[in-house]
Every structure is written in C-alpha cells, then in structure tokens.
Write a protein that binds this ligand. Structure first.
Ligand SMILES: *Cc1c(COP(=O)(O)O)cnc(C)c1O
Length: 380
C-alpha cells in the first residue's frame, strides 16, 4: 500500500501507563508515529517508528517564520468492533489546500490514508472503548531547513501521530459560554490564511482566548476583522444558529444559519457534515453573513432558539451564553432538541450504530481478538 514503508516497532508499549477513564485532550500519544521526508523535490523514506522527540537545528526557519500546517480527524471503535475513520479524504484534501497556501509541497491522499491505516493497525489497542472517546489523528507538515531567509524551505517533514482522547466538552455540563471578541481577530482579512490550518492562526488567537478564559468564558467567538460585526467561528469549531420556525419553537421547522466560507473561516469537515444532516431533516441551511447584533437580538427575542459549535474535537458543542461588549444573552433549554439530535446522529454514524448513508466512514478491520470486545454504546 505504501511502497517502501519501513516499520520499527516500539520495544515496549506505554499503554499500561494510560488512564483511559480520564483522557485529557491530546496529552497522551500512542506508541508509534508515521514520518516521511521531502528533499530534492520529492517525498521519500516513509516510515513508522516509535513516537518520540525529533531534533531540529535552532536555525530551522519554520521555528521563526511558521511554515507549517496540520490537520485533525478521529477514528472510532465501532459497535461491530471495526475501527471507523471519519471522512479522511476530506482532511487529506484540506491538508493539501493548507499546504498550498504556505508553499509546502502536498502529501498525496494515498499516503495520507495509508499512514492512517498503518497506524491504526499497529496501535489498535490505543483506540478507546468508551462512548465519546476516540483516537485523534494529528497529521503535521513542517519545514525543516536551517536558514534565516524569508522564503519557502527546500526540505520538509510529514509526521502523523495519534492520541486517545475523551470528550472535548462535557455534554452533561450544560453548554459553553462564548465571548464575542471586539478588539482582536483570529485571522487576517480576505486574502489571508484564515482558511488554512496553520500555526500562526492559533498563535493569533491566544491572547483574546486567555482574556476570555480569565473573564469566565470557555471560548472566543471570532468576528470579522474589518468591522468586528459579522460572526466568523469559534477557534476550533464552526458556529450554527437555529431559528424558530413559522409555527414557533420546538426543533421542527425554522432554518439554520452558519457563516459562509469566505477565506477567513476554517472549512470544517464537521461543518460540512452537519449541513448535510440538517438538510436531510428537511430544514433549510442558510450560509450567509450574520451580524453579532442579529444574534444577540435573536436570542433575546426568542427567534434564535439554539446555538452550537461543530468541530472534530468537540463534535457538537451546545452554546449556553454569549457576551458582546458587555451585553449578555443566555439560551434557554440547553442543549436544544436539534443540537442533541445532530450530536446523536453524527456520533451514531461515526460509531456504526446508525447507517452511514453518505458513505463517510473508512473502515479499518481490527484483529478478531479486538472485534470480540466492541465499544459499549448506549442507544438513543
Ligand atoms: C479544525 C478547525 C475547525 C473545525 O474543523 P473540523 O474539520 O470540523 O474539525 C474549525 N475552526 C478552526 C479554526 C479549526 O482549526
């Protein structure tokens, strides 16, 4: 599948040290990682080796100028004992688009998918078994040339690591609170790199996020960079607003509004999936600019009934409270019926409990001994 792949197994697994009851997001990594190097105009030397430190010259330009991109997706232990990877070809395509924006040579889909399959086969015991848990897959592309010119590197490294993760937000603890940010922006305006999963966008968001946390919020709701008026997204999630139907509240009827992808917003795979699932329900999805005032007035007046974020890490995160320039609005009935139904549906598809009618899952069979102990999933 991956020609020339060499596999060096870890002498001893670290899995015994892991507390699977309590998995903080992205703090523990599985035994192995995938690695490939780029030089003289081509990728080569694909290998799987024990997870561990890599060495870089302090003059590596990437450390100074940020020529690096990443992606993120999840594998789930299915109810039938097979592993399911959610829409990996979309992440492969997005990594190529992010890479193109930063002048990084693309990694072929075949290599991206092949690396995922190999890592899951090798580290299948790291796939967690509890509902809400998953194996998070983190592909990373970095420039590796030591020089201080501001120009694209000539050598790169592609790494892929995996990490067993728990639920990002606790579904049982109500919803998240968001502070709409009126001073800082996450990504530059049109023409910038907001659509790319690249280090600089996250560094740009840290100050506002730290401020918001200090003020008691979970996350920042980013607004457009020109007027600080139109809603963009939530840092690691895209955002959705459910409006009341003509006949009033209750989850049926109405439409769902989400900001359009315009270059500054990250094109989430979960966003795309959620839009499809909402349309399947016969609801309208409007991808259009929505002003923060429209959101605040809508919540206050009851025409916006549900707000939720969508992203790989959180899946679906209900929003309970929003603040903008000192004005606070709180959603009633959190999580709302559509939020809950979408969460249940997407998790159901990801774990094989519900039919995969869009063909989103890539199945990776696990050894029979593993299949005998499928993940415990409650229905409904
Ligand atoms: C990754 C990410 C998302 C969500 O994308 P998914 O593909 O759904 O995980 C949204 N916003 C930002 C800034 C992100 O980095």
């Amino acid at each position: 599948m991956l020609s020339g792949l060499t596999i060096t197994r870890a002498a001893k697994s670290r899995i015994g040290e892991v507390d699977f009851e309590n998995l903080p997001f992205g703090a523990v990594f599985s035994d192995h990682m995938f690695s490939m190097s780029y030089s003289e105009g081509r990728w080569g030397d694909p290998r799987i080796e024990p997870y561990g430190p890599i060495s870089l010259d302090p003059g590596t330009a990437m450390l100074h100028y940020g020529q690096t991109v990443f992606d993120g997706l999840k594998a789930f232990r299915g109810v039938d004992g097979a592993a399911r990877v959610f829409r990996p070809e979309r992440n492969a395509a997005r990594l190529r688009e992010s890479a193109a924006r930063l002048c990084i040579p693309p990694v072929e889909e075949e290599v991206f998918i092949g690396a995922i399959r190999q890592l899951i086969e090798l580290d299948h015991r790291w796939l967690p078994r509890r509902e809400g848990q998953a194996l998070y897959i983190r592909p990373l592309l970095i420039g590796t040339e030591a020089h201080l010119d501001v120009r694209p590197d000539t050598t790169y490294r592609f790494l892929m690591m995996t990490a067993p993760v728990g639920a990002y937000f606790d579904q049982n603890s109500g919803g998240v609170s968001l502070k709409a940010e009126a001073t800082y922006t996450r990504a530059a305006a049109k023409g910038g790199m907001g659509y790319a999963k690249t280090a600089g966008n996250y560094a740009a968001g840290m100050l506002a996020t730290a401020n918001a946390r200090r003020e008691g919020f979970d996350q920042v709701l980013w607004l457009d960079s020109e007027q600080h008026r139109f809603v963009e997204e939530v840092g690691a999630m895209n955002i959705f607003f459910k409006t009341a139907g003509a006949g009033g509240s209750g989850g049926s009827g109405g439409s769902v509004i989400t900001p359009p992808l315009g270059g500054s917003i990250l094109p989430g795979v979960t966003r795309d999936s959620v839009i499809a699932l909402i349309r399947d329900r016969g609801l309208t999805v409007e991808e259009r600019p929505i002003a923060i005032d429209e959101v605040m007035d809508g919540i206050a007046g009851g025409s916006i009934e549900e707000v939720f974020g969508a992203g790989t890490a959180a899946v679906i995160a209900p929003v309970e409270r929003l603040e903008y320039l000192g004005r606070n609005e709180t959603l009633k009935n959190v999580p709302g019926p559509l939020t809950l139904a979408l969460y249940d549906e997407i998790v159901g598809i990801q774990t094989g409990r519900l039919p995969d009618r869009h063909g989103w899952n890539m199945i990776v069979p696990l050894p029979a001994s593993e299949a005998a102990a499928p993940m415990a999933v409650s229905s409904g």
